[in-house]
Design a protein around this ligand. Sequence first.
Ligand code: SAH
Ligand code: SF4
Ligand code: F3S
Length: 444
Amino acid sequence: MGKRFFIKTFGCQMNVNDSEKIAGILASAGYEKTESLEDADVVVVNTCSVRAKPDNKAYSFIGELKRLKKQRPDVTVVVTGCVPQKDWKFITERYSHVDIVLGTFNFYKVLDFIRSGKRPVVEVLETYSEKEMDVLPLIEPVLTNPHVASVTVQRGCNRFCTYCIVPFVRGRERSVPPDRVVDEVKRLAERGVKEIHLLGQNVDFYRYGNVRLPDLLYMVSQVEGIERVRFMTSHPAGFDLSIIKAIAGIPEVCEYVHLPPQSGSNRILKKMNRGYTREEYIEKVLMLKEEVPDVALSGDFIVGFPGETVDDFEQTLSLVEECVFDQAFVFEYSPRPMTEAFLLEDNVPAEEKNRRLTELNNLLKKQAKERNALLVGSMQEILIEGLSPSNDKKMIGRTRNNKIVLIDRDDSLEGKLVNVEITEASSFFMKGRVIKQMAGVEKW
Ligand code: SAH
Ligand code: SF4
Ligand code: F3S
């Protein structure tokens, strides 16, 4: 029997995408993917350290692997991603059952390290270098979904928001050459992928020579077979009219923007070093909604940043009232080592952070429900991604503005663009009835 690998991924879409690449490398060497830890010859843990929670989760998963390693010492345990960037030393000292430790810059060397037979082996590159990082070799990823795929177009971040560890674990911002991006997209389209997500920590700042994000969106949209293009995450300081025009003007670019405000208080935004004011944020959202009336707005928020008062928090609530979000993620502030805010006193009590989280979530949930309810009775184009994970009598699709729609199961629709009438809506998903199947690239 051939060798098998198991991958556990924590964190953002970029980590998911990196894991798809790791899987691709191992698959190309004849390894088979398994969903069962017990069957695996290689176990890869791709970690996230953006908040204490995912960081702790990664550690407890790594800890659990000790038992497996005891039972089967021939299993190779690999730890990669953002956690080793900050504490590879601790991992090697504390977890003797970990064989290979790699970071965010060299995870693609995983196969060389497995084959080298050397154990333990640690190679984590430092992230402070200003020089251009090496471009990853071209890898055919093992896709999580055969119809929708991500392409990382920009790695790292130069913005140093005071709460954020990403610049320290992912290094300086660098953009992938556009011809390389287009090449990757073409390969995915040849495999039948219809929807592409362009990923970057601050994708609005994408720049390679003269090519900026709107140009890249146009180039990717031109690829034969690609029906939909999304991009994320947008940064309010970089998001501008040229990007709004690209959403409005390029048919393949979907009406969905993930534009995290983090806070609605100018005082807190300043302390976070976000580089924009509440007024500027609201102005950009209004401009977006005017140019692209059916756009869906998504955002991230942090509650309980050091020194955040009730008044600051109320400013966040009022920003939400003014902007109206379709989707959002709220996080309690979590102090991260190396960051500037780590030196500030984490002085909003846990219960108060939790109260703010609940209050903001309730408002956002109400808005999402109201926004979704507006679509009941309308016709929407959805891309059918596959079976619903929770009900095998239903299939799951997404509208152009990233809303989940459940329809009755019909396996012939898998991977197709379909028109549905929305019949029901809640905060997190909608239900729909298929109206007609769309043929090929035909648009409605
Ligand atoms: N580059 C993106 C995403 C960064 S990480 C951006 O700038 O928006 C994803 C989200 O995690 C952030 O938007 C933020 O809301 C949250 N986050 C990051 N660091 C955090 C911290 N220390 N505590 C709580 N939430 C945090
Ligand atoms: Fe973190 Fe800010 Fe960079 Fe986003 S822009 S990755 S929040 S430092
Ligand atoms: Fe987490 Fe690293 Fe992404 S810290 S959010 S996996 S960039």
